[in-house]
Design a protein around this ligand. Structure first.
Ligand code: KE4
Length: 429
């Protein structure tokens, strides 16, 4: 596969951009090799600067749930841009967006728009701390809630990919208030709560984890967190930046039937534009400035271009709930196809799946937390990644990421993916 133009661009990029990329996971550092530079995308296909086509299972890390360059989203952006790109003043569209979010996530009374998932999670934590008057919070090893200092303790995604145990620049003072334990370990949560009685403001979790591969909550885990938070006056935050509006119209809260106190969004909510949001019970949200004194702000929060992109996508999803069934069926089809070819190859593996999120772990045992994901044969995953890339299938470049299916994928694309997996694993084992 010719990638000479990508190679030349990567060399040039490194003179001006740290590591040549604007987000670390894009750098291929964990899987090895050099990143491909993308020129365009349409539907489920990416096209690199050397003219190679790939079936895309990153979907911009989640947002492109209906595929790239969706006509309705492109048209809406083009039209809105004619009226300027930002005003720094309130607009009716922001109300429409907030009302649509409340319709799709009924336990959200008030919602504030921001410009990234990091901002959404950072703000939700500050709000929980301001509301409770407590400082500490619990997060789970391998979960990723963006790059705000408090969350960079045993985080997932790129932090896990690069095995960064302690992130320089995150002070001990900040880290001391971050309590961590294994995902799916309710006893460990109970112990932390007992050891820090009355000091914990929040428990934040990805309801379905996607930053250590896709890892599902075990039966009773989220229900247990809900119960602990009710008992202890702790704010339960579901980080739905990845799962929101992807796993169901109402996100993981709807799919799993559990309501958090605060929920954060990103990715799908922006339709590929920089958008995040946090929302929840009025009793808590009313502490956010200018209503309350928990300060949070953003120059481009709710800007018309990002809003029209996200609103157009959410309207598509809200008015066509069958999309979620179609996506779940396509993901199941891919799961079953991959399972067949990997079984035939005789390689130990586990496939985790929920809705349109899926991950393959070359593991001898079930993968239910970060330690399990880390102990898998990730060297084999890295080889598998490149073998698939060579065969025109672009997977997330890390064993610690979920694959994201988009509804532009056809069953022919899925069959091609399964065949590429058969050829790839047979070339490696
Ligand atoms: P952003 O600040 O990257 O918009 O969102 C941070 C974030 C928060 N919460 C969850 C559950 C997330 O998955 C993310 C971001 N996800 C990663 C991919 N695993 C973004 C990719 C990247 O860092 O480039």
């Amino acid at each position: 596969m010719n990638t000479i133009n990508s190679q030349q661009l990567f060399a040039r990029a490194q003179n001006s951009i740290p590591g040549g990329v604007n987000s670390p996971v894009r750098a291929f550092k964990s899987v090895g090799g050099e990143p491909l530079f993308i020129k365009s995308a349409k539907g489920t296909y990416l096209y690199d600067v050397d003219g190679n086509q790939y079936i895309d299972y990153i979907a911009s890390w989640g947002p492109m749930i209906l595929g790239h360059a969706h006509p309705a989203i492109v048209a809406a952006i083009q039209e809105k841009a004619l009226f300027s790109t930002s005003y720094g003043a309130p607009t009716a569209l922001e109300i429409d967006m907030a009302e649509l979010i409340k319709t799709m996530a009924p336990n959200v009374d008030l919602v504030r728009m921001v410009s990234s998932g990091t901002e959404a999670c950072m703000s939700a934590l500050r709000l929980a701390r301001g509301y409770t008057g407590r400082n500490k919070f619990i997060k789970f090893e391998g979960c990723y809630h963006g790059h705000a200092d408090p969350f960079l303790v045993k985080a997932g995604s790129g932090v896990a990919t690069f095995n960064i145990q302690t992130v320089p620049g995150v002070t001990a003072g900040v880290a001391n208030d971050t309590l961590t334990c294994a995902f799916n370990n309710l006893a460990a949560v109970e112990q932390l709560v007992m050891e820090n009685k009355g000091q914990i403001a929040a428990i934040i979790t990805e309801p379905v984890a996607g930053n250590m591969g896709c890892i599902l909550p075990e039966p009773g885990f989220l229900e247990g967190l809900r119960s602990i938070c009710n008992r202890e006056g702790i704010v339960l935050i579901f980080d739905e930046v990845m799962t929101g509006f992807r796993l169901a119209a109402g996100g993981a809260q709807a799919a799993l039937g559990i309501d958090a106190d605060l929920v954060t969004y990103g990715k799908v909510i922006g339709g590929g534009l920089p958008v995040g949001a946090f929302g929840g019970k009025k009793e808590i949200m009313q502490h956010i400035a200018p209503l309350g004194n928990v300060y949070q702000a953003g120059t481009l929060s709710g800007n018309p271009i990002a809003m029209i992109a996200g609103y157009t996508l959410l309207k598509q999803l809200h008015s066509n709930p069958a999309i979620y069934t179609e996506l779940a069926n396509k993901t199941l089809y891919l799961h079953e196809g991959l399972e067949k070819v990997l079984q035939e190859a005789g390689v130990p593996f586990v496939i985790n799946r929920f809705g349109s999120m899926l991950s393959v772990h070359f593991s001898q045992k079930p993968v239910t937390n970060f330690a399990d994901a880390a102990s898998a044969n990730n060297a084999l995953f890295n080889q598998f990644f490149h073998a698939m890339l060579q065969r025109g299938v672009y997977l997330p470049p890390s064993a610690y990421e979920s694959w994201f299916l988009n509804n532009a994928l056809s069953y022919a694309d899925l069959d091609a993916t399964i065949e590429a997996a058969r050829s790839s694993i047979n070339s490696l084992c």
